[in-house]
Design a binder for this molecule. Structure first.
Ligand SMILES: Cc1cc2nc3c(=O)[nH]c(=O)nc-3n(C[C@H](O)[C@H](O)[C@H](O)COP(=O)(O)OP(=O)(O)OC[C@H]3O[C@@H](n4cnc5c(N)ncnc54)[C@H](O)[C@@H]3O)c2cc1C
Length: 194
């Protein structure tokens, strides 16, 4: 039983994984690598001048891996169901369980539908914390939006979902704020020199 299971490894899912695992929640992510990012070149991602979409994915995957996320690349979630303790994500070979679920499957909304999440027209209905009508189940990125399909918005959705899960766990609003001394503690002298 993990703390968080994430289905989908585009900007939304990977960002949710980054925030969750960085802050102490054991996180497993399943992804089939069909992300639109492989077709994109980013000139509009704040703080990054210009980067190929696949290169962005590679960097974000490394960042997530460095924090210890269990990333099951090439693993498809074929179904998801609620259990007494949370959620069970079924794959072709196995199943992964988590107390919280984050769906980040891009424009594919099939799992949200089979879980029984409410829809608003064609998109999954989620509030500003990205929680769906199913307690503990979050939907992020392109699946909750009719049009605002931008990498930075999906990443923001993933962060919002993870922060809300962390707030629920801690019983108070949680912020993932770091200061320069934190960088030195994590990266040592190299961080101070950069
Ligand atoms: C041609 C093109 C150019 C673009 N250019 C830009 C741009 O310049 N700037 C910008 O901001 N945005 C751009 N975008 C949009 C951007 O790529 C998307 O907004 C972004 O990728 C959405 O992120 P996401 O995480 O919501 O979904 P996605 O990136 O689509 O990721 C979803 C992931 O979930 C996986 N998945 C789906 N179902 C399952 C399942 N059942 N089990 C396991 N994994 C599953 C998919 O394989 C995929 O890897 C462009 C898109 C296209 C098509």
């Amino acid at each position: 039983m993990n703390d968080v299971v994430i289905v989908g490894g585009g900007p939304a899912g990977l960002t949710a994984a980054l925030f969750a695992e960085k802050n102490g929640l054991g996180t497993t992510l399943l992804d089939t690598d069909g992300t639109w990012m492989h077709k994109a070149h980013l000139f509009n991602y704040p703080g990054i001048g210009s980067i190929d979409g696949s290169a962005y994915m590679e960097t974000l995957r490394q960042q997530v891996d460095s924090f210890g996320v269990e990333r099951l690349q090439g693993t498809e979630a074929v179904d998801v169901e609620q259990t007494d303790d949370g959620f069970r994500v079924v794959t072709d070979a196995d199943a992964v369980e988590g107390r919280y679920l984050v769906l980040a499957t891009g424009a594919n909304r099939d799992l949200a539908e089979s879980l029984g999440c409410a829809f608003d027209g064609d998109v999954v209905d989620a509030d500003v914390t990205m929680e769906t009508s199913v307690d503990g189940a979050y939907a992020t990125g392109a699946m909750v939006r009719a049009e605002e399909w931008q990498a930075v918005i999906s990443a923001g959705d993933g962060a919002a979902a993870a922060l809300n899960i962390l707030s629920a766990e801690k019983g108070e609003h949680y912020h993932d704020f770091d200061v320069p001394n934190d960088a030195e503690a994590v990266f040592g002298g190299m961080a101070a020199e950069e």
